[in-house]
Design a protein around this ligand. Structure first.
Ligand SMILES: Nc1ncnc2c1ncn2[C@@H]1O[C@H](COP(=O)(O)OP(=O)(O)OP(=O)(O)O)[C@@H](O)[C@H]1O
Length: 239
């Protein structure tokens, strides 16, 4: 990976207090997140594990302001996400990165243009944005594929582009929802290596929802979710 330590950003802390989210109607309510509290230190890495339906994705969506909590408090760095108004939320969303199981790249755009998508379009800064995209593509091992379309890349390479895109706005927090779920195990291992390396270089706080025990074991800590609650917290060696 290219040495980008000069760019090392500041990860942000994530603090949740009694966060709740239900879906459905009054007759058929599902408590997807049912009173979650946690403190996740700036620059650290945590895996969210637990069975399908235990609330991992919903929790990431609440923290990332993709969905709104019904109750409780979510603080990310200096932003109280649960109290923020629309404009503040829009600004907040630009300060976090998201990586999904399905890479969600735009098929008609090159790798470089996909990475540049989150940057506010500004003709005067187009050259700087392209340079930043190329730097991040180099950091994820794709220096020579900047001009390739997603269809010309393997699954692992597409996920690398998605990770570069998530990092382009220098987020203090990266939320990853099953980032290795669509990849074979050796490619998945490379993606884990990359995420942990990026955390070490940039200091970005990482929260990773995963069914992959190998990934969870390598994070600094694991939170096991059950029925929308935190059932257990396991401190790992982070290695
Ligand atoms: N938009 C929605 N509308 C209704 N119910 C939802 C919605 N999103 C999630 N749920 C429900 O909330 C619960 C938690 O779902 P969530 O996707 O957060 O779990 P998960 O642990 O991420 O599962 P998986 O590992 O399968 O991705 C489930 O019962 C799910 O069916």
């Amino acid at each position: 990976m290219a040495d980008a330590s000069a760019d090392r950003g500041d990860g942000v802390a994530v603090v949740l207090e009694d966060v709740r989210k239900t879906f459905g109607t009054r007759d058929a309510r599902i408590s997807a997140v049912d009173g979650v509290g946690l403190v996740h230190e700036a620059g650290s890495v945590v895996a969210l594990t637990g069975r399908s339906g235990s609330g991992k994705s919903t929790l990431l969506h609440l923290i990332g302001a993709i969905e709104r909590a019904d109750a409780g408090t979510i603080r990310v760095g200096g932003t109280v996400v649960t109290a923020a108004r629309r404009a503040e939320l829009a600004a907040y969303r630009r300060t976090i990165g998201f990586v999904f199981q399905r890479f969600h790249l735009l098929p008609a755009l090159t790798a470089r243009d996909n990475v540049m998508v989150p940057l506010v379009p500004d003709r005067r800064r187009a050259r700087a944005a392209a340079a930043r995209a190329d730097e991040l593509l180099a950091a994820v091992g794709l220096a020579d594929r900047a001009g390739a379309l997603p269809s010309q890349l393997s699954g692992g390479q597409q996920q690398r582009v998605a990770i570069a895109r998530a990092l382009v706005a220098d987020p203090g927090l990266l939320l990853a929802d099953e980032p290795t779920g669509n990849l074979d195990s050796s490619t998945g291992t490379q993606i884990i290596d990359l995420l942990l390396e990026l955390n070490a270089v940039y200091g970005t706080t990482l929260m990773i929802a995963t069914h992959d025990p190998a990934l969870a074991a390598r994070c600094g800590a694991s939170i096991v979710m059950r029925d929308g609650r935190i059932a257990q917290r396991i401190e790992g060696d982070g290695g």
